[in-house]
Design a protein around this ligand. Structure first.
Ligand SMILES: [Zn+2]
Length: 252
């Protein structure tokens, strides 16, 4: 855990019952890592030069419980990245939320509003693009994939003034295409994040567009040793890895 690297733990919704567990997880990570905002982490990954362990938190889907989580991060002196599917913003009921994501259950809350996101941004948090409709980019037509990416960025820029980072829905390699990865950078984003497990460690400088960002999904309900295992093993595996896109997703 002490090798210089960047860890990107990420979460979805965090119901009130999980808040204390989340606070313990942040405290535990802060023992071994300096907590930094996501865009700072991207700059460090871009340069490839890390002098110590860092961690940046991100949260996918824009659930309303993320507002309380943002306060906890502030207690630890850091800020979060919130990747939002823009058409989900403002969704109030659980039923609407389930309909949006296409799940029969497992989604128990609605979304933040644009006003909530504006307030988060004013407090130093960051808002990233997670497509407009949370469509799986490898399952829709190439044209629709490009539209999902560009319309999400446009909506965030129209409402909040800027949008620099992207994370694709579902996050596994097989949920992405090379064409969509190209479209992410064509739409003006400077980074593109997966949900494939991994960390980023010291290496030669490499443009962010050649780097597939790896994040470690964490559930607040997991035992701490389980989380420690993912962090330590991915930090070790990242040594000497250039973090390139896998062959089938290589941007031409
Ligand atoms: Zn998502």
């Amino acid at each position: 855990m002490s090798i210089p690297h960047v860890q990107l733990p990420y979460f979805h919704d965090l119901p009130a019952a999980d808040e204390e567990a989340f606070r313990r997880i942040v405290a535990r990570i802060a023992e071994t890592h300096e907590l930094i905002p996501y865009s700072d982490a991207m700059q460090r990954i871009d340069s490839g030069n890390f002098d110590r362990p860092y961690a940046a938190f991100s949260f996918d889907d824009g659930f309303i419980s993320n507002l309380r989580i943002a306060k906890i991060l502030e207690d630890f002196g850091t800020r979060g990245m919130f990747f939002v599917p823009t058409e989900f913003i403002g969704t109030r009921t659980t039923a609407e939320a389930r309909a949006f994501f296409g799940f029969a259950d497992g989604v128990d809350e609605g979304a933040m509003s644009w006003h909530d996101l504006e307030l988060l941004k004013q407090r130093g948090h960051e808002i990233g693009n997670h497509t407009s409709g949370h469509k799986v980019l490898s399952w829709v037509s190439p044209g629709e994939a490009i539209d999902q990416i560009s319309s999400g960025a446009e909506a965030i820029r129209a409402q909040l003034g800027e949008c620099h980072h992207f994370a694709w829905p579902r996050g596994r390699y097989f949920h992405m295409t090379a064409l969509a990865a190209q479209a992410v950078f064509d739409a003006g984003h400077s980074s593109c994040a997966s949900a494939e497990r991994g960390a980023h460690s010291r290496r030669e400088a490499q443009p962010l567009r050649d780097t597939c960002i790896r994040r470690n999904h964490v559930l607040a309900s997991w035992p701490q040793r389980h989380i420690d295992f993912f962090f330590a093993s991915t930090a070790l595996q990242s040594i000497g890895s250039p973090d390139l896109w896998p062959g089938e997703l290589q941007i031409l």
